[in-house]
Design a protein around this ligand. Structure first.
Ligand SMILES: Cc1ncc(COP(=O)(O)O)c(C=O)c1O
Length: 487
């Protein structure tokens, strides 16, 4: 396939995925009982055809609008217009009557099925960092127990893990995550397996990691862990809302996600899954014994034997309800998150994933044509392998030969910090918001090794979402050509 054909095919795939989103949108209107005229945009302020002309198929459901094209959902998202209205109304209602409460069990009943979870297993947390803290506070680790993690963890997961290690003597061992052509799912599994010892009790990894956006083989890793009696923990800050997730099928023990990034809920909302075997047994890929876990909550009775059963688990225990009892919640924010999840479920989580991944694919096809495969963390592949099923795109036009995996001297890395920072600022000036990250990429000279401290690279990280379309990607690429080095 020629490079031009790749771009055309990737663009066509976006259009096809967009058509499926539009079908989901029509279904959504049917669910709402809104007539066809409104659904076509004629009578609907929410989905006006004028707004559809600018962004993606759901652009008009959001308040984002030109001249700024916001492409940093990896940091935080933007709450849909109708949800904002309800949130405002609810917040005012609570201010008028502070005794007002909302039923969080109903919220969890609504949200859980969309993630392949039972409501007893799904906690509405404050964000990913909060979820990871709750997980590490609850699991039981003894001195000498080992956890295998990666070199690309975010502080939101790293800090609770390191605190646990400092407090208990748990030992953290880390694999290097491969990038560009050094990456394969099999290689990642092999690197985890290589660090396994008789003391390995846990694995913890982000998927997708915030530095590179590569999707790790969650199910493969969780199933391997379960087969070894190892407990799996995933930092899914970028999973919830971006990907169509099924926690039971994934086999993960603990998964902390964000409510405010790709799921587009308000700040201070998150989704935390705790496998509890509360649903039908046939749904669970992982049926190994439930690991001991002490829920964090605000109603501790000082009688742990009676209240928490010594950390011993019971599928009939509504552990998520216990963990929702942590002081007074922000009910309007949790309600807004619930409504965002309802929207995603009605539009179709797979349809959303397909559309935003197709957009990222189109972006990768354009980058491939101009800068070449070696510049992408996830090289462009028309087949979209599992690890490329992400809406985050990381690429590095600042390294020698535009090579993502280039070995950098400390001086080159330092110059790259400046060049990449300047590019982010210039793009912002040109109306496009992206971010850059300090990344320990694989080394071209030795793919088994990754860059360390002073020689990290600074690729750009670009997010594509429901409110973007092909034109936004083309606009970004033309701005990139004005702001970053290119052949
Ligand atoms: C992988 C990862 N984990 C955790 C976090 C923290 O997320 P939150 O703001 O939801 O706590 C982030 C934020 O960017 C992240 O990328």
């Amino acid at each position: 396939m020629t490079q031009a054909m790749s771009e055309t095919n990737a663009r066509d795939a976006v259009l096809e995925a967009r058509e499926r989103v539009s079908e989901g949108r029509r279904e959504f209107f049917k669910v709402l009982g809104v007539g066809a005229a409104a659904a076509s945009g004629a009578g609907s302020a929410l989905y006006s055809s004028a707004a559809l002309a600018y962004g993606g198929p759901f652009a008009s459901a959001f308040t984002l609008h030109p001249p700024v094209t916001y492409m940093n959902i990896g940091t935080t998202g933007s709450t849909p217009r109708e949800v904002l209205k309800n949130h405002d109304r609810n917040y005012r209602a609570v201010a008028l009557d502070p005794t007002l409460t909302f039923n969080t069990q109903t919220m969890r009943n609504t949200i859980a099925p969309g993630f392949g979870a039972h409501p007893f297993e799904l906690v509405l947390s404050y964000n990913t960092t909060d979820g990871m803290s709750l997980i590490f506070n609850g699991i039981v680790a003894n001195g000498g127990d080992e956890i295998i993690s990666t070199n690309m963890e975010h502080g939101g997961g790293n800090s609770p893990m390191n605190i646990k290690a400092d407090r208990t003597g748990m030992v953290v061992r880390r694999i290097n995550l491969p990038t560009n052509d050094a990456y394969s799912d099999a290689e990642v599994l092999a690197r985890f397996q290589a660090l396994q010892t008789a003391n390995t009790k846990f694995i913890m990894f982000s998927s997708p990691p915030y530095l590179t956006g590569i999707r790790l083989p969650e199910k493969l890793l969780c199933e391997w862990a379960a087969s070894q009696g190892i407990v799996s923990i995933i930092d899914g800050a970028h999973g919830t809302g971006m990907l169509n997730l099924d926690f039971h099928d994934m086999g993960v023990d603990f998964y902390a996600g964000s409510g405010h990034k790709w799921q587009c809920g308000p700040g201070g909302t998150g989704i935390l899954y705790i496998r509890n075997q509360s649903g039908p047994a046939a749904e669970y890929a992982n049926t190994s014994p439930l690991p001991a876990f002490w829920p964090t909550f605000g109603g501790y009775s000082t009688n742990p034997g009676a209240t928490l059963n010594g950390g011993i688990r019971d599928p009939n225990d509504n552990v998520a309800a216990t963990m929702m009892s942590r002081g007074h919640p922000n009910y309007p924010a949790l309600q807004a998150l619930t409504e965002c999840c309802q929207m995603w479920d009605a539009w179709g989580r797979q349809v959303i994933e397909d559309y935003i991944v197709a957009l990222a694919q189109y972006l990768r096809s354009r980058i491939y044509t101009i800068w070449g495969q070696q510049t992408l963390c996830t090289p462009y592949d028309p087949a979209i392998p599992h690890h490329a099923r992400v809406a985050l795109t990381s690429f590095n036009p600042f390294s020698p030969n535009y090579d993502y995996n280039a070995d950098l001297s400390a001086a080159e890395a330092s110059a790259q910090v400046t060049a990449s920072g300047n590019a982010v600022a210039a793009l912002r000036e040109a109306g496009v918001v992206v971010r850059n990250v300090a990344t320990p990429h694989s080394l071209r000279s030795n793919p088994a090794q990754n860059a360390t401290g002073a020689t990290f690279s600074r690729p750009l990280r670009i997010s594509t979402h429901l409110f973007h379309n092909v034109r936004d990607v083309d606009n970004l690429v033309s701005k990139l050509l004005q702001t970053v080095p290119h052949p």
